[in-house]
Design a protein around this ligand. Structure first.
Ligand code: GDP
Ligand code: MG
Length: 163
């Protein structure tokens, strides 16, 4: 049985870009509009010889009456419950936001191991955000660039330990 990897985080951090990279999907559902991924997607991910299931999450268009936090939590809760490992993304260029902190607070209490990925770290623009990310209390953030494919070796090593 391949392991299940849940990709979570606030809108626009690059979850779907990472999903697309890991699964080899070319264009689907990546957009500058926050929350453009309506539904959860699941696919076969691969890095080198390692294969696994990946779950992409989000979906903010659903017109619930309750809070943003509650909506996001409901959409990611199931993915986290069934995952063997959770990849929590932040946008290192934007820095740590209150919503990132909210996710991190919640994730410190879940069952599967959580790895903090500081995305958009290509070049130098992510350095400050990467440093801020230590304060989230999810261990050392791993710098990656989902768009440019950087940090995939580190991600391989992390997933290898779980698989
Ligand atoms: P999601 O809402 O978390 O699924 O985020 P998306 O994958 O839809 O990406 C949101 C925006 O961030 C898009 O404009 C992406 O092109 C951009 N993006 C994603 N990954 C990277 C990255 O590694 N570097 C940079 N600079 N931009 C990225
Ligand atoms: Mg998305």
């Amino acid at each position: 049985m391949p392991i299940k990897v849940a990709v979570i985080g606030r809108p626009n951090v690059g979850k779907s870009t990472l999903f697309n990279r890991l699964t080899g999907t070319r264009h689907a559902l990546v957009d500058d509009t926050p929350g453009v991924t309506r539904d959860r997607r699941e696919g076969e991910g691969r890095i080198a010889d390692l294969t696994f299931r990946v779950i992409d999450t989000a979906g903010l268009e659903d017109a619930f009456d309750d809070s943003l936090e509650a909506r996001m939590r409901r959409q990611t809760e199931r993915a986290v419950e069934e995952a063997d490992i959770v990849l929590m993304l932040i946008d290192a260029r934007a820095g740590v936001t209150p919503l990132d902190a909210h996710f991190a607070d919640w994730l410190r209490r879940v069952r599967p191991p959580v790895v903090l990925l500081a995305n958009k770290c290509e070049g130098r623009a992510g350095m400050a955000g990467l440093a801020e990310a230590y304060a989230l209390g999810l261990g050392d953030p791993v710098p990656i660039s989902a768009e440019h494919g950087e940090g995939m070796g580190e991600l391989y090593d992390i997933l290898r330990k779980v698989a």
